[in-house]
Design a protein around this ligand. Structure first.
Ligand SMILES: *[C@@H]1O[C@H](CO)[C@@H](O)[C@H](O)[C@H]1NC(C)=O
Ligand SMILES: *[C@@H]1O[C@H](CO)[C@@H](O)[C@H](O)[C@H]1NC(C)=O
Ligand SMILES: *[C@@H]1O[C@H](CO)[C@@H](O)[C@H](O)[C@H]1NC(C)=O
Length: 229
């Protein structure tokens, strides 16, 4: 895939701005990465800076898409390693020498754009943005069984009730992933498990776990016993 700078170079070549073109790809570009890529409320997020210029003199962090002082989080002077706390600073935020910004115990209010402004020795500045999205952790699902004592050869229906839709569901038996066999049927987007006919070996503890990719919760266990006639 061609990058936009490469396309720009091709265009520039035609108009003979060769020098500009040659210089562009050699510049190590500062990038910001979210670590971890997804964070739920209560977690920690690092806005990790890659390729901070070696000649950086100062960098400022803003909680917004533009560099407005009222949205400034902190400024860091690299020659003497000093941090100045700005209006948007809180005890949960820490700026590191590397440029990275750590936000602890994130809330929905921390969602949004963050901007890093860097200055080098020639006092040239560069703006880089990153968008942080704080997700709500999933709520604990409820597991219901139509009966908890089943007669051998009878049937049982277990239903997992998540608080939200669109979550993936996993089934557990005695705290391990459930091993499905031909007597088991899953339906309603994996939220319903029917065992028919029930065997003695099906007795035990059932749970379901819901997940949205970055957070997961398990239901309380349902104990099922099987009796022979
Ligand atoms: C840090 O360095 C800057 C610029 O070199 C200077 O203006 C500032 O007073 C210094 N701060 C401290 C605490 O030494
Ligand atoms: C600033 O911190 C860096 C990394 O911890 C260290 O290498 C450097 O010597 C420090 N500079 C000053 C002036 O304290
Ligand atoms: C995290 O923030 C919440 C409020 O948003 C607070 O109730 C909780 O005590 C904080 N946890 C820690 C470990 O600081």
């Amino acid at each position: 895939m061609e990058t936009s700078s490469l396309l720009l170079c091709k265009g520039l070549l035609l108009t003979a701005f060769l020098l500009t073109c040659w210089n562009a790809p050699t510049t190590a570009e500062l990038t910001i990465e979210l670590v971890p890529p997804m964070v739920a409320e209560g977690g920690n997020s690092v806005l990790f800076v890659h390729k901070m210029p070696l000649n950086v003199q100062a960098f400022y962090w803003y909680k917004q898409k533009d560099a407005t002082k009222s949205y400034e989080v902190a400024r860091y002077l690299t020659p003497n390693n000093t941090t100045s706390k700005m209006p948007q600073h809180s005890g949960r935020k820490t700026v590191f020498y590397s440029g990275s910004l750590l936000i602890r115990n994130v809330t929905q209010a921390d969602s949004g754009f963050y901007t890093l402004l860097t200055f080098n020795t020639e006092m040239q500045s560069e703006l880089t943005h990153i968008h942080l999205e704080v997700y709500k952790p999933v709520a604990q699902p409820t597991l219901q069984a139509d009966k908890t004592t089943v007669t051998e050869d009878g049937s049982v229906t277990l239903t997992c009730l998540p608080e939200n839709s669109g979550l993936s569901i996993r089934w557990l038996f005695n705290r391990q992933s459930l091993y499905f066999n031909s007597r088991m049927t899953l339906s309603q987007k994996n939220s319903q498990l029917v065992i028919d006919p029930v065997r003695m070996e099906d007795a035990g503890e059932y749970q379901c776990e819901v997940s949205n990719g970055y957070s997961s919760k398990m239901s309380s266990p349902v104990q099922m016993s099987v009796t022979s006639e």
